[in-house]
Write a protein that binds this ligand. Structure first.
Ligand SMILES: Nc1ncnc2c1ncn2[C@@H]1O[C@H](COP(=O)(O)OP(=O)(O)O)[C@@H](O)[C@H]1O
Ligand SMILES: CC(=O)OP(=O)(O)O
Ligand SMILES: [Mg+2]
Length: 407
């Protein structure tokens, strides 16, 4: 069965096409700058960028159409006909308390995702556009949704409740949900395989450090606590998001700067984090480059970013009463040895001993970056959210007879 995995953002759409009998990636790509004059479609087959096409793609329905055209393209395509796409799986960031596992899309599921727009304003509306765009282009193909929040539904109340009037939880489900769950789930499984120990015996802290970033305490294979909260704003410092702050800053800033709630919300989500402190960029590569060239603000941003990750690792080791391994994943976690070094340098007190040579190795494989004698291991585990989404989609689509209908 061929499964198309889609991660739709507000102005972008990433895709991967899998053949699920072998779990082989047939093609991958992305459409960027949707809604702008020069949208860019990049399409790769076997790791080679085959096409980079610039045209005007005004909305997601056209973007999906372009992707399907590319998948069946005479020269660059990997399918003979669009009908060979037999199921589609979407990443959906917020599933609230309604979804603790992946589901097939129906009218009710779409309604529930819409209800959660307020809680993931950067993400959920874009995912719905992706789902609607697939419906328009592939009306008979089953679609599944895989939620970032699902993995965290195992958290105990002590982790997920806020110390505010309980009526807010009862009436409006104000609680910690946590995100990047598909990634935390995937890397913890890979780490257990690598360490050769059952997941149920392990105490792990997984650090998903990308554009958005979160740490999760994974106790015996289940999410026990995580740094993101009601929305993906809480916790670590991120590219453009503030992470943790005193909530009193919100009314205080509104008063002092005469800002509206929306303006403060936008400041915290889009104009804070690495971007705000460095004054240079939300991209860690550029911040590190500027720091190495002697820029003081970039150095401060980098130090704050690393310090906060270290604080969460320490807090979660205490929360679980122990720690077997720290896992680094996503864009920054997988690629920035400088950042990993800065985080790990302050963790020697509980026996984490970084191996500088191993940390500097560049590779796509799971690898240990601590010494063999280190009491706590640190691993780099490349994430693969798309593969987990493809697996869930395959399972659900087969369950409803998708395979019988389409193969
Ligand atoms: N070699 C690198 N060194 C440091 N940071 C990197 C490197 N490569 C990528 N990144 C960072 O990874 C981030 C993107 O991570 P990613 O996990 O792809 O994020 P998202 O899925 O949220 O778009 C970029 O903002 C960039 O800062
Ligand atoms: C939930 C979240 O922050 O996702 P991303 O890192 O893709 O922005
Ligand atoms: Mg990501």
């Amino acid at each position: 069965m061929n499964v198309l995995v889609i991660n739709a953002g507000s102005s972008s759409l990433k895709y991967q096409l899998y053949e699920m009998n072998t779990e082989q990636v047939l093609a991958t790509g992305r459409v960027e700058r949707i809604g702008m004059e020069s949208s860019i479609l990049t399409h790769e087959v076997e790791g080679r960028a085959e096409v980079r096409e610039v045209s005007e793609i005004l909305e997601h329905t056209t973007a999906i159409r372009k992707v399907l055209d590319m998948l069946t393209h005479r020269q660059f395509g990997v399918l003979n006909a669009i009908s060979e796409v037999q199921a589609v799986g979407h990443r959906v960031v917020h599933g609230g308390e309604t979804f603790s596992e992946s589901v097939l899309v129906d009218a009710n599921v779409k309604l529930e995702i819409r209800k959660l727009f307020d809680l993931a304003p950067l993400h959920n509306p874009a995912h719905m556009m992706g789902i609607a765009a697939v419906e328009m282009n592939l009306p008979d193909v089953p679609q599944a949704v895989v939620f970032d929040t699902a993995f965290h539904q195992t958290m105990p109340k002590t982790s997920y409740l806020y110390a505010i009037p309980t009526v807010l939880y009862r009436k409006h489900q104000v609680r910690r949900y946590g995100f990047h769950g598909t990634s935390h789930d995937y890397v913890s499984q890979r780490a257990a395989e690598y360490l050769g120990r059952p997941l149920r015996d392990l105490k792990l802290v997984s650090c998903h450090i990308g554009n958005g970033a979160s740490c999760t305490a994974i106790l015996h294979g289940r999410s026990y606590d995580t740094s993101m909260g009601l929305t993906p704003l809480e916790g670590l410092m991120m590219g453009t998001r503030s992470g943790d702050l005193d909530p009193a800053i919100v009314p205080y800033t509104m008063n002092k700067e005469d800002l509206t709630l929306n303006e403060v919300n936008s400041m915290l989500n889009k104009h804070s984090g690495l971007m705000a402190v460095s004054g240079i960029s939300s991209d860690m590569r550029e911040v590190v480059q500027a720091m190495e060239a002697g820029n003081e603000q970039a150095k401060l941003a980098f130090e704050m970013y690393a310090y906060r990750i270290r604080k969460y690792i320490g807090a979660y080791a205490a929360a679980m009463d122990g720690l077997d391994a720290v896992l680094f994943t996503a864009g920054v976690g997988e690629n920035s040895d400088v950042l990993r070094k800065r985080v790990c340098e302050g963790l020697t007190f509980f026996g984490l001993e970084l191996d500088h040579g191993r940390n500097a190795v560049r590779s796509k494989d799971v690898r240990r970056i601590t010494t063999d004698a280190s009491k706590v291991a640190a691993l780099v585990v490349p994430t693969n959210e798309e593969l987990l989404i493809a697996r869930d989609t395959y399972r659900l689509a087969r369950g409803q007879g998708g395979e019988l209908r389409h193969e």
